[in-house]
Ligand binder design. Structure first.
Ligand code: EPU
Length: 429
């Protein structure tokens, strides 16, 4: 298994190109199943999760072609996928595939909407909590589907097609909103999604669906209105930049000091995180090419932050912020409100000498002057990258094990960081 070796202590200087957003690319690829014409997606990041979803969609008969590089293409440019779900040959998503990636459960929406049936394995637990799918099931039932659970599978049928309805989510859910939105595009009549998630990835998917002929208004607000249409057609869409990758590298620069241009980043996608970084002592400047992050001289100030749905501070940056706060001058408090068990990084950060106490959903971090490199590993994507951030500022060598998780969500992480002066290398085998 590959590992990453980091020798800490170098400041970061240079430019990091920001990739397309994983959490938009995945639902966009799934949305391609709503039409029998070709959906072309540009700026798709080269990630293990994208490759895994390609395999899963292939199982349903979806044809995906990755366009080759053209002269003049930048080496970091994401790939262009041509996705054709002309013939859906299988409406079952088996356990072996769904259990490898939770988001693949969302294929239930286009399968039901277009084929009027689906049999999709329940995804099971995951490292960051129980993560149920009850609200996704509720949304599909509101749209007229009949659902039952049989031997670990959700069996769903809508013999006469889905019907528009009002779906009110009791809590904000990204997965629930994606599934309701996709399913409602082909439902007869009007659907209202109330208390919808406002995450930029939802807006990106809605924009793409509208290009495909859907009639969606209000995406990006808590109330989305969808007028169902009989058919969707092909389209071309560019995946929006990854706000979590942007925030992660911004935290890395705040941690090490230095100055880095995050090329292609869009500040409005992560304003709350940029505000927290400014409070912590970083200087953030917005320019035509993206965002410039610097920390020169000033130390890291402690902050008090709670995660919240968009536009609040994202849970997907909580671990990275905690890594940064391990070196703050004073005590920070970070509360996780979205997932009940997203603190696996705490024990691993302690291996660097960090002082963190957990009390329910709140972590108190007493900043220390020095971290020391150590062998570490983590069991989820964002926790893994928080260890990289700690390692960049730790004295001596850190070996990050099980980097499979990093490859799921960060494109060419070690190349992007070493181009800015970090001492970081992948060790194969
Ligand atoms: N929830 C329910 N019932 C449901 C669905 C969700 O109780 O039927 C709960 C969850 O257990 C959680 C909360 O509602 O406590 C929010 O879950 P949500 O549905 O919003 O999360 P998700 O769609 O499963 C996506 C991202 C996550 C990100 C969260 C929150 C993708 C592929 N995943 O997950 O990203 O943390 O939204 O913003 O878009 C990651 O990229 O590392 C990652 C975990």
């Amino acid at each position: 298994m590959d590992r990453i070796r980091i020798i800490g202590g170098n400041k970061l200087h240079g430019t990091i190109p920001i990739s397309g957003a994983k959490n938009a690319a995945l639902p966009l690829m799934i949305a391609a199943m709503l039409t029998d014409e070709t959906l072309i997606l540009d700026n798709v990041p080269r990630l293990a999760d994208v490759a895994q979803l390609q395999r899963i969609l292939g199982n349903h008969g979806v044809d995906i072609m990755a366009a080759g590089k053209r002269p003049g293409d930048h080496e970091y440019q994401g790939q262009t996928l041509h996705i054709s779900a002309k013939n859906i040959i299988d409406t079952t998503a088996p356990y072996e595939l769904v259990s490898k990636m939770r988001a693949s459960f969302w294929v239930i929406a286009p399968l039901l909407a277009r084929m009027h049936e689906a049999k999709v394995s329940l995804p099971g637990g995951c490292a960051i909590g129980t993560r149920p799918v009850d609200l996704l099931i509720m949304a599909l039932e509101k749209l007229g589907a009949e659902l039952s659970i049989d031997a670990g599978y959700v069996v769903a049928k809508a013999p006469g097609g889905l019907k528009g309805a009002t779906i009110e989510f009791p809590k904000v859910t990204v997965s629930g909103t994606h599934v309701a939105l996709m399913a409602a595009t082909l439902a007869r009549g009007t659907t209202i999604i109330a208390n919808a998630a406002c995450e930029p990835e939802i807006t990106d998917v809605a924009d793409c669906l509208n290009k495909m002929g859907a009639k969606i208004t209000g995406a990006g607000t808590p109330r989305i209105l969808i007028e169902g249409v009989a058919k969707l057609h092909g389209a071309r869409h560019t995946v929006l930049p990854d706000r979590i990758e942007t925030g992660t590298y911004a935290m890395a620069v705040a941690m090490t000091g230095g100055e880095v241009q995050l090329s292609g980043a869009r500040p409005e996608l992560l304003q709350s995180a940029l505000d927290v970084l400014t409070e912590a002592g970083a200087t953030i400047t917005v320019n035509n090419d993206g965002i410039r992050v610097a920390r020169n001289g000033a130390g890291i100030s402690p902050v008090t932050v709670s995660t919240a749905p968009f536009p609040g501070f994202p849970t997907d940056l909580q671990a990275q912020l905690m890594a940064l706060m391990t070196r703050a001058k004073g005590a920070s408090h970070i509360t996780e409100t979205i997932f009940e068990n997203r603190f696996m990084h705490v024990q691993e950060l302690a291996r660097f000498g960090a002082r963190i106490q957990l009390d329910g959903e709140t972590a108190t971090i007493d900043g220390v002057a020095r971290l020391r490199g150590a062998p570490v590993m983590a069991t989820d994507l964002r926790a893994s990258v928080s260890l990289v951030i700690a390692a960049l500022a730790a004295e001596g060598e850190t070996m990050v094990n099980r980097i499979y998780h990093l490859d799921r969500g960060f494109e060419r992480l070690e190349e992007k960081l070493s181009a800015c002066g970090a001492s970081i290398e992948r060790i194969s085998g």
